[in-house]
Design a protein around this ligand. Structure first.
Ligand code: PFF
Length: 520
């Protein structure tokens, strides 16, 4: 097995597909439609594109550029790359979030991935329960996820879901073990085209649904699309909906989550590029592919389909409710719904696995370059850590409190902090001029010069405003839950422990790097 230090992508299209694979995930097909519907779709697209242009794309360019630069100096993990961008004692430690965020997200994302595979399997063999009613679906979902009681997923009724979680685990580790080209790149080259194909088939079905139930003539496709996309509603004008601060925060959060920026993942992927491989067009192409999958595919499938069968009342903006409760209800009513149910959950599974593998590579790269472990030891260590985390989330399943708190501290708070640190180290300390020059080495297109200003001033100000408003809005309720809910407290404690663990590993890695006199 090749050590990651000498690994390189097989082709530029391979890395673009791998980054697209990381970006296109559950966020595109269920998180985005839920949010867009909540904020009158058409209006939501305005803060969404604002965040894409002033946060998502500039930070993606930055991550691709500093990633490739770090790779040239022999580093592939955020702590290592920060160390060469900023020759300071604390710089590698600031990179701990580039390990904590992807590894922490993996711990719960893998569960949702397994739910998708489980549903796909049930549709495939034709045993997905038919309930003829909304509540029964809720019952089914709360049961198999163990939402009613902690620890319940470990009793014998839950063997199937545990089996699917284990299967997803092994699959992820196996892909990573095969390495960059034979693992990640190969899966992305198959997965992404397949994913687009399946999504287009489902979209074709949804756009030809017409008015499936003549007893409800208003539940037709056009009204479904209107419900999703019209900027104004009968209650609110376009300007009124646009003045909603919540929506601006949600749009920025969605851009981060969806593009996989601020996670430490793109930095690692880009570090395996060759010296003169293009970064600007590649970053832009993967962002464009992600936006297409999100807006044109995710945005046209989920909500309109739910609308024509269940009407406005049947649609929830909660991600899990929409994906795992509302949609099965829709497939039950749809002609040959079993086939479409299977295709849909297969699509979600492919989207999820190409994302989850990307969450593992940063830590593998770090173990190999910092702790000098070989691939096998690195995978064993990472499997051990992620298994503890996942078992924790599986055990504390009541109301999915552990999952939700982990997503809050790692998957949202952590991302904002990491993105801020990246901009400070990249655009301010390393310097925006150097980043600009570095980005253009081997590039196939040019970034307009104005973006130097955007990356240095606009993106960080935008980010800080979003981050501070988000903290102001959400932090008090999460702090309060820490006082009232034991699981929330345990989760917070677990996140702190995991952070300390990574920081200690960086202490060791830093010693090794100093001994080798590497990089700086
Ligand atoms: N971008 C993925 C999605 O839209 O579902 C989620 C994701 C990928 C999160 C990679 C974290 C990560 F490291």
């Amino acid at each position: 097995m090749q050590s990651s230090k000498k690994e390189k992508w097989g082709s530029l299209i391979g890395v673009v597909l791998a980054v697209m694979g990381s970006a296109i995930g559950l966020g595109n097909f269920i998180r985005f439609p839920g949010l867009a519907a909540k904020y009158e779709g058409g209006t939501f697209m305005i803060p969404y594109f604002f965040a894409l242009i002033f946060l998502g794309i500039p930070i993606a360019w930055l991550e691709w550029t500093i990633g490739r630069y770090g790779g040239q100096k022999g580093f592939h993990s955020t702590p290592g790359i920060f160390r060469i961008l900023w020759n300071n004692r604390i710089s590698p430690y600031l990179g701990f979030l580039g390990l904590l965020v992807p590894v922490g997200i993996f711990m719960y994302y893998i569960l949702i991935e397994a739910w998708c595979l489980y549903y796909a399997y049930l549709y495939l063999i034709g045993t997905f329960p038919l309930f003829q009613g909304g509540n029964a679906y809720i019952e089914f979902f709360t049961n198999f996820t163990g939402m009613k009681q902690d620890g319940i997923v470990f009793d014998s009724n839950h063997t199937p879901i545990l089996f699917f979680i284990l299967l997803c685990y092994l699959l992820n580790m196996w892909i990573i073990y095969r390495g960059l080209v034979k693992g990640i790149e190969m899966i992305s080259k198959i997965g992404i085209p397949l994913l687009f194909l399946i999504a287009l088939i489902i979209l074709g079905r949804v756009l030809t649904l017409g008015t499936p139930d003549l007893n409800y003539p208003e539940r037709n496709l056009l009204n479904g699309l209107g419900f999703m996309w019209n900027p104004a509603t009968s209650e609110k004008s376009f300007i009124e909906s646009l003045m909603n601060a919540d929506m601006w925060l949600a749009a920025a959060g969605q851009i981060f989550f969806s593009l996989s920026v601020g996670f430490g993942v793109i930095i690692t992927y880009a570090s395996y590029l060759k010296k003169n491989d293009d970064v600007i067009l590649s970053a832009s192409t993967s962002a464009a592919g992600n936006t297409f999958a999100e807006v044109a595919l995710g945005g046209l499938i989920t909500i309109p389909a739910a609308f024509v069968f269940l009407g406005k009342e049947g649609i929830s903006d909660s991600v899990f409710q929409l994906g795992f409760i509302t949609l099965p209800h829709v497939f039950e009513k749809m002609p040959i719904g079993q086939l479409f149910g299977f295709l849909w959950f297969l699509l979600l599974f492919i989207a999820a696995i190409t994302s989850s593998i990307s969450m593992l590579q940063p830590a593998i790269a770090f173990f190999e370059e910092g702790l000098k472990t070989n691939r096998r030891t690195s995978i064993s260590l990472l499997s051990f850590i992620t298994l503890i985390g996942s078992l924790f989330v599986i055990y504390f399943s009541k109301d999915l409190v552990a999952l939700d708190n982990m997503d809050f501290w790692i998957g949202t708070f952590g991302i904002y902090v990491l993105a801020t640190i990246q901009i400070i180290i990249g655009a301010w300390i390393f310097g925006v001029d150097k980043v600009y020059e570095e980005a253009h080495k081997g590039s196939l297109i040019k970034i307009p010069k104005i973006f130097k200003f955007v990356i240095k001033y606009v993106s960080p100000s935008y980010l800080l405003i979003v981050f501070i408003s988000w903290l102001y809005q959400k932090l008090p309720s999460y702090i309060q839950t820490l006082q009232t809910n034991t699981t929330a407290r345990f989760t917070f404690f677990f996140v702190v422990l995991l952070s300390i663990f990574f920081i200690l590993l960086i202490v060791q890695a830093n010693r090794n790097w100093k001994k080798e006199n590497k990089g700086v």
